[in-house]
Design a protein. Sequence first.
Length: 287
Amino acid sequence: MDMKQDRMPAAFLGHGSPMNALDSNRYTQAWRRFGASVPKPRAVLVISAHWTINASALTAMSSPKTIHDFYGFPQELFDIDYPAPGAPEIAAEVAEIVKPGWIGLDRDSWGIDHGAWSVLVHVFPNADVPVLQLSINAAQDFEYHLRLGAKLAPLRDRGILIVGSGNVVHNLRLIDWQQPDAAFDWNRRFDGTVKNLMTHEPENLAELSNHRDFSLAVPTDEHFIPLLYLAGLAAEDKTPADVLVEGFAMGSLSMTAYTLGLSCGNLRGDGRGASPESHVPGEQTNI
């Protein structure tokens, strides 16, 4: 058997506004095409920007709750339930794989937050694939997350789909609501540098903290860190990532998404089209 050929793909999805859970645009359409192209996994392991704590933890409950961790949105978004099962036995596998590192098993605290379910409602709309979430350990540096991503690589040979969910560029303080599809120059520069690294030298992604535009593009790092997991997987695989879809929103957000181990071909968007934030309420501050 060719193990690499049978290896599950992996992805990083720029999730943008929670309203993408309800919207149909070229980003959500790309997520749907991605989900339709991958073999049905045993489970999906999500590293979401919205579960950031001072520890490495993994959801290990059999029925994770749908968490609505935002405010200022229409009721229809709060009404979304994503009833995917958990997989405690797979959580135990993950904890075993990362040894001698340590990941705590969360059996009753977290669940599936909007960084996960806002994309999964498109990737697996039937909610029939078990979901686990891995926390972002805020006490650790970029190299830690890159290495941990690499350590998760054997899961791909066990039928586990690994998905990072965040945004390459995510600066809510500088959002320009009048430019729904635009990008500031610093946004384009940083996103372009990331694209070059992810498609050629993903093992060097952690060095971007020295980039001239880093402080603007990554004022807080929780949305960027999920990409480090895909970079770690790509480095371990010795295979660069592919762009799934790319584009910008409101000047200071990037919607670029990447895949690993899946030829994008007709999955890829062209950088133009519907705004990913077309229904974001004006006072929203938790994307």
